[in-house]
Ligand binder design. Structure first.
Ligand code: TRP
Length: 340
């Protein structure tokens, strides 16, 4: 009896939700900025990690490629160390409640609020031939991803902070009308290493949708490509290895080096004092390729095991389905939908 009471008194683990779009090959930016942290978070939190394919079709996708990338993303999550026994790994379109809750939340989100989203403004400029309403309501779907699972924390890059703020606003608005339906989530943004920039334009974020493959390191590319791309990375005109404002290229390579070695910027500056960019880039390239080696070999093994990857998708979707139904039923009841 006492034992039962003790168990009940234990606080439940806080819940985490995050996702990546299968809209391109997963990059070093996604790995360092997101997945590597996700792996660590599994220790202390109950985690749900999703491949958000519904989000991906806000810009045109080649169907066969979207399908392949979705499969590869799940394999990569596992190869990186996300443990399907500990965390819920699933594909967004396998769980219908995401789209269902998004409809309801859309009715509680202002047109003006969505108009202020900087990602919408950026993307509608970039894809001016296809400014569809999904691109506009994208943050509502993201809010539904998070709120469906009553997530406490959402690890994201700084570029997604505005979407989390919107999620909170919508959740608070809904709760103020209907009572405590949603947990109010917090963004979880790591200060360092969160943002790896493009190798060809280090003032911009490293992006998997960049048409130039030299701009990014793909987590699963081969070792020689990684070393070559880093060797050719754009750097500034002086040749001192120093972390300083305006030295975006060197700062970026230092971040990459720091992430794989655990060294601080000062330590890196000391290590390369008196040395040139050539030496530094060679070291960054080797270290990065070494650091990704395990993930790459594990991925190569998993990608051949279709049955295993699909079994992870299936059991993840089942768990997510169950959790999401609980929230959705509550919402449907609160807003007054007839239940038989
Ligand atoms: N919008 C996120 C991005 O582009 C991806 C995403 C969709 C997401 N739904 C989410 C991230 C929910 C965290 C939580 O990076």
């Amino acid at each position: 009896m006492d034992e039962v009471k003790d168990l009940a008194a234990q606080p439940l683990k806080k819940r985490i939700f995050s996702g990546i779009q299968p809209s391109g090959i997963i990059t070093l930016g996604n790995y360092i900025g997101a997945i590597k942290n996700w792996v660590e978070l599994q220790r202390d939190y109950e985690c749900l990690y999703c491949v958000v394919d519904l989000h991906a079709i806000t810009v045109r996708q080649e169907p066969a490629e979207l399908r392949r990338r979705t499969f590869e993303a799940i394999a990569l999550y596992v190869a990186c160390g996300i443990d399907p026994e500990k965390s819920t790994i699933f594909v967004q379109s396998h769980v219908p409640a995401h789209a269902e809750l998004a409809w309801v939340l859309g009715c509680y989100t202002g047109f003006g609020e969505l108009s202020r989203m900087t990602q919408f403004k950026d993307k509608s400029q970039k894809h001016s031939d296809n400014i569809n309403s999904g691109l506009f309501t994208y943050p509502v779907l993201m809010a539904s991803d998070i709120l469906l699972y009553q997530a406490n924390l959402v690890p994201v890059g700084i570029d997604q902070k505005q979407h989390i703020e919107l999620t909170r606003d919508v959740a608070l608005r809904f709760n103020s009308v209907y009572g405590d339906v949603f947990t109010i989530p917090e963004p979880y943004i790591k200060e360092t290493g969160m943002k790896i920039n493009s190798l060809t334009d280090p003032t911009k974020k490293m992006s998997k949708s960049d048409p130039n493959p030299s701009s990014y390191i793909a987590v699963i590319e081969n070792r020689d490509d990684t070393i070559r791309k880093i060797k050719r990375a754009v750097t500034d005109s002086d040749s001192v290895i120093k972390h300083a404002p305006g030295k975006d290229g060197i700062n970026n390579l230092m971040s990459i080096y720091s992430c794989f070695t655990g060294k601080s910027f000062e330590e890196i500056e000391k290590e390369f004092a008196g040395k040139g960019y050539g030496d530094f880039k060679a070291a960054v390239g080797e270290t990065c390729a070494d650091g990704l080696e395990n993930v790459r070999s594990e991925y190569a093994r998993l990608i051949k095991d279709k049955a295993y990857i699909e079994s992870i998708m299936k059991s993840g979707a089942e768990k997510a389905f169950y959790m999401s139904r609980k929230t959705l039923s509550k919402v449907y009841k609160k807003v007054g939908f007839y239940h038989v």
